[in-house]
Write a protein that binds this ligand. Structure first.
Ligand code: SAH
Ligand code: SF4
Ligand code: F3S
Length: 486
């Protein structure tokens, strides 16, 4: 079915924009109980993930829960009994994509119904949380709407929907979701690769005036040291070599330790470095206000903590930063960068930018350009401001015209791209450690990640996936580097 091609293709590209970890979809099948002596059939789930890495992690957890319920995954939406969209609400485009996808899914659902097959449709994630019942009103083919805080109840919600109920479950759960989620088995973890995500913190109390996250993900919650350590160990036992700790505000993590104290992220990294077989640690996304001394020290002292930091600043003008409620100035940010670079001179910095926040003038935008010139990011993401219903920014009456936003974005992206290329070119001739992650496009090639998170292509054998090898960077590609083994 032609319309479904879009569904599968897009699944590989839309999630995890900030790190390019590509496991953007998870699929699963269920061994349904035989009805009146009919042969048991295996139910299958297709999961498509939009948005940030946390959604990738959540999709994996929802899949794990469904696998325990008997489902298997499928890569083919036409073969699915359950189609799950894990959605993102961050910008209008992201949210609208979900509805166009649901339009295509309606056709598939109808076509399958003609063949006597039932397709359940679930919407999870941040659009589910933000819009709830409204999703079913706009797209009546949806059977289940489930929020990020309640997805451990997904199997029950699907079971209810199979009996004909439309289920909307977006309450904030009182129970600990993580305690209720089944653990993935070794085989499933291994199938996901040698680099894994681990959510340590969820939600946000910062309320930047442009952002929906505090509303869709709720207030800040940190998982305990013990829970995190246990999950990290089980990932490593299954062959994972690199873990990226996730949180909407990961460096605000302050989890309970077994010693009764509250720990900080720097301390947590130190502990995780002690796990044998775990070779690399990363974390994302950080807020400048929560970048404390212990975390900066971790970058100086711990070899396993990779020299890469995603530290969004959003804008370079103090007036705009104040209007955004970022609670730091451009100067605070630059001073912080200086301290981080003093601790770890080779660190690759990454960031996020919003252009055209309401009231942003040409002069304000110039300050963003100046900040970028000063920092020289190894990589960065930039967006046109998108007014989000319910956020204070959306209610302002001084919105910047779209054409001006577009012009500013183009200029900013050109500069960011230039710095990214310079950073990559500076790597030529360097000998680095490369964690081999997956086969490359050409036979005989593998792709790995440099310490600075760049994809690196090298000639190596598939049996080497999971190894960390020494390579010499020889040249740059469009978005990757090429290297020779040394
Ligand atoms: N927790 C992260 C941000 C998560 S959202 C942090 O605090 O940095 C990822 C990025 O999307 C943000 O950094 C911001 O640059 C962008 N973003 C968020 N809301 C937006 C909006 N309304 N319009 C455009 N970009 C937005
Ligand atoms: Fe959104 Fe700001 Fe919280 Fe980041 S810190 S999630 S941008 S409100
Ligand atoms: Fe999107 Fe929700 Fe992540 S809005 S960016 S999926 S936290």
């Amino acid at each position: 079915m032609k319309q479904m091609q879009t569904l599968t293709q897009a699944a590989h590209t839309q999630a995890a924009h900030t790190q390019g970890h590509g496991q953007a979809h998870e699929k699963a099948s269920e061994t349904g109980a035989p009805k009146d002596g009919a042969a048991p059939r295996t139910r299958k789930v297709f999961v498509k993930t939009y948005g940030c890495q946390m959604n990738v992690y959540d999709s994996e957890r929802m899949s794990d829960a469904l696998f325990k319920d008997g489902y298997q995954k499928t890569d083919n939406p036409e073969d699915a009994d359950l189609l799950l969209l894990n959605t993102c609400h961050i910008r209008e485009k992201a949210a609208e994509k979900v509805y166009s996808e649901l339009g295509r899914i309606r056709q598939l659902k109808e076509a399958l119904a003609e063949q006597g097959r039932e397709l359940m449709v679930g919407v999870a994630g941040c659009v589910a949380q933000a819009e709830g019942q409204e999703i079913i009103r706009r797209a009546p083919i949806v059977d289940v709407v489930i929020g990020p805080q309640t997805y451990h109840r997904l199997p029950q919600a699907i079971a209810r929907a199979r009996l004909g109920e439309k289920v909307v479950d977006t309450d904030y759960a009182v129970e600990d979701k993580f305690e209720h989620l089944p653990k993935a088995d070794k085989k499933t973890i291994s199938s996901r690769g040698v680099s894994a995500f681990l959510t340590v913190q969820e939600g946000c109390d910062k309320f930047c005036t442009f952002c929906v996250v505090p509303y869709t993900r709720g207030s800040e919650v940190s998982r305990s040291v013990q829970q995190i350590e246990r999950e990290a160990q089980s990932l490593v036992d299954a062959g994972v070599r690199e873990i990226t700790l996730l949180g909407q505000n990961v460096n605000a993590w302050h989890g309970h330790g077994a010693d009764g104290r509250e720990w900080g992220l720097g301390e947590l990294l130190r502990l995780l470095c002690g796990i044998d077989g775990l070779e690399r640690l990363r974390y994302t996304t950080s807020h400048p206000r929560d970048m404390d001394e212990a975390l900066i020290d971790a970058h100086r002292d711990l070899d396993k903590v990779m020299p890469y930091l995603h530290l969004p600043v959003q804008a370079g003008s103090d007036r705009v930063l104040k209007a955004m409620n970022r609670r730091h100035t451009a100067q605070d940010y630059l001073r912080l960068i200086e301290r981080i670079r003093a601790a770890r001179p080779d660190i690759a910095l990454s960031g996020d930018f919003i252009v055209g926040f309401p009231g942003e003038t040409d002069a304000d935008f110039e300050e963003t350009i100046q900040l970028v010139e000063k920092v020289r990011y190894a990589q960065a993401f930039s967006f046109k401001y998108s007014p989000r219903p319910g956020t204070p920014g959306a209610d302002r009456d001084d919105h910047v015209p779209e054409d001006i936003k577009a012009k500013r974005l183009e200029r900013l992206q050109k500069l960011l791209r230039q710095h990214q290329v310079e950073f990559a070119e500076n790597c030529i001739g360097k000998t680095i450690d490369l964690l081999l992650e997956k086969p490359g496009r050409e036979p005989g090639q593998l792709i790995g990640r440099s310490p600075w998170l760049q994809p690196v292509i090298v000639d190596a054998k598939p049996s080497q996936i999971g190894d960390i090898i020494k390579v010499r960077i020889t040249r740059t590609g469009t978005n990757s580097l090429y290297a020779d083994c040394v």
